[in-house]
Design a binder for this molecule. Structure first.
Ligand code: ZN
Length: 374
């Protein structure tokens, strides 16, 4: 509903090229997108098809997404049992989060929130166990007062895929994150280390306390499964079991807006906002691997989309009600922009050389889009 405002130009490949250029080139950053497009037009016309392709792909993806959204709007849906469960879960989330955010506003403004995003190679069918095979993970500690406090992200080495899933794995990788599923040297198989980093960011894990994690609504089950899987992989027989409670980012935003007295929005409207290129593109926030690929599927980018959404959209509403926080916010804000937060690069690609995606088997187009733009 909120995205009805129509822009005056088509979201073509050129548009995405202009958005990226404006983000990376400070001389363009103050110009309107329309002016940037006009000034880049001659360069765009002289670019090769290969170098245009990532932007054309983004335009296609966006168009498909819009079509799907429209389809959802126009078709009255009879909920399946799965959808009914989904709606039911959302209602329970609302109740829980009303309680979770019932304390005073200043406390909520300073509270640490945790975002966890996984990308996967596949989920096996229920009759095969319904297991998830991870490809990438990212965790972020966030507060309204300080924005990103800490983050960690890594490409993950999956365990051996079960028989019969190779095709699914290759397809999913190709259509989404493009992380090579087999023998990828950049993949991190040190699960104990990954768990250590997660624990470090979560801080003191007290077995009695439930740990609240936020992720996309459609990934709640996946996130819970993979966090528990990592915890068990880390082989800490001495430790008591950690209990993760997973809630959707959509519900988080809606609950905070409710708490701020702004209104009661649909979760869907948060999802629609998150699909906007400003949240999905985030070229500077891509992980080392996804930096060289012009695709929006990067776990780190997804967490940073959450961050940007809260920084942009929700924080100002807090400040309207907590004017005394304004004076504290400014210096911290610049700290966050200046990458003051600590993050760990998951692996070093040999001397910044482009990362090649050879073993997905995409033939010629697998040259990837190497980091030559600098
Ligand atoms: Zn990534």
């Amino acid at each position: 509903m909120a995205t009805k405002k129509k822009s005056q130009f088509n979201r073509t490949g050129l548009y995405y090229f202009a958005v990226e250029s404006r983000q990376s080139d400070s001389s363009l950053s103050r110009k309107s997108i329309h002016d940037v497009i006009i000034s880049l037009l001659p360069r765009w016309r002289s670019m090769s098809l290969i170098s245009k392709k990532p932007y054309e792909d983004l335009a296609k993806q966006e168009k498909r997404l819009r079509m799907l959204n429209n389809e959802n709007v126009d078709t009255p849906i009879i909920p399946s049992s799965e959808e009914a469960t989904f709606i039911e879960t959302n209602c329970q989330e609302n109740l829980f989060l009303n309680e979770f955010f019932s304390s005073n506003l200043r406390e909520i403004y300073h509270r640490d929130l945790f975002f966890v995003t996984f990308q996967i190679f596949c989920r096996t069918d229920d009759e095969d166990g319904g297991d998830y095979y991870p490809a990438e993970m990212a965790i972020m500690k966030y507060s309204f007062a300080q924005s990103v406090r800490e983050e960690y992200f890594t490409i993950m080495k999956p365990e051996k895929f079960p028989l019969g899933y190779t095709g699914t794995v290759i397809d999913l990788s190709r259509q989404t994150h493009q992380i090579p599923p087999f023998d990828f040297i950049g993949a991190n198989g040190d699960y104990e280390r990954i768990w250590f980093e997660i624990e470090r960011i979560l801080g003191q894990i007290d077995s009695k306390r439930k740990i609240i994690i936020f992720c996309h609504a459609f990934e709640r089950e996946q996130t819970k499964y993979l966090l528990n899987w990592l915890a068990s992989k880390a082989n800490r027989s001495s430790r008591k079991k950690v209990i993760f409670e997973i809630y959707s980012f959509e519900a988080l935003v809606v609950a905070v807006l409710r708490r701020l007295g702004i209104g009661d929005y649909a979760h869907q409207s948060v999802r629609e906002q998150l699909h906007r290129p400003v949240y999905t593109l985030q070229i500077k926030e891509r992980c080392v691997y996804h930096q060289s690929l012009a695709i929006q599927y990067c776990a780190r980018v997804i967490n940073n989309g959450f961050r940007l959404f809260l920084d942009d959209f929700v924080r100002q509403r807090f400040l309207d009600l907590l004017p005394e926080e304004k004076s504290i916010v400014e210096p911290m804000k610049s700290l966050a922009i200046g990458r003051g937060s600590r993050f760990v690069v998951p692996f070093r690609s040999p001397s910044d050389s482009p990362v090649f995606v050879n073993n997905i088997g995409r033939g010629r187009s697998s040259i990837g889009f190497s980091v030559s733009s600098r």
